[in-house]
Write a protein that binds this ligand. Sequence first.
Ligand SMILES: Nc1nc2c(c(=O)[nH]1)N[C@H]1C(S)=C(S)[C@@H](COP(=O)(O)O)O[C@H]1N2
Ligand SMILES: [Mo]
Length: 199
Amino acid sequence: MGIVSHGFRGRARRTDQRLPPGQYETRDFPVLSAGPTPRVSREDWEFTITAETGKPHSWNWAELTALPSESPTVDLHCVTKWSKFDTAWEGVSLDVLLADVPTEADFALVSSYGGYTTNLPLEDLRHGRAWIAYRYEGGDLPPEHGGPARLLVPHLYLWKSAKWVHGIRLLRQDQPGFWETAGYHDYGDPWREQRYQGD
Ligand SMILES: Nc1nc2c(c(=O)[nH]1)N[C@H]1C(S)=C(S)[C@@H](COP(=O)(O)O)O[C@H]1N2
Ligand SMILES: [Mo]
């Protein structure tokens, strides 16, 4: 009860609805890396999707950036509890890349230059929900945030968005990645607060 401005209540509600449980909003863009930032030139950069048959499908920088791109604006949710709203990216949808890769696999293991890995169901890379992103807020993606290119899969906690992405292996059986092996949740849905194994 009491006097509360409708405008304030409206704003508060809208922000709450965008903030998953246990998260707070930040306007910074923190850098979280498990090791040093790998320096990969665009000339040397290559991205490979390897089907469960072992057949590789590769794109170099010119080939990737010649594909039709999308410009998603998305909210990011890090397991360390910060969320950042309305981040603007440009990249190639995984739907476009996977269209060239016949597969019956159910799982994906993403790997990065530098050795980082993370896993997710292949389905979560489809349906306009995942991109190989190479531009951020109108500029080249900075190296500390994963440039030349990173996976962007914003409906899951940000550790699934592998920086310096190098390849994706399609697998018949789930295989945990770096943080998942260390006790983080296998799936990592921020709305169900799936931070750690057992959540
Ligand atoms: N290759 C690689 N990708 C990574 C990481 C990493 O250490 N190495 N950290 C992950 C984690 S835990 C988070 S929260 C986000 C952080 O992305 P940012 O540094 O752009 O904020 O990247 C994810 N992708
Ligand atoms: Mo993280």
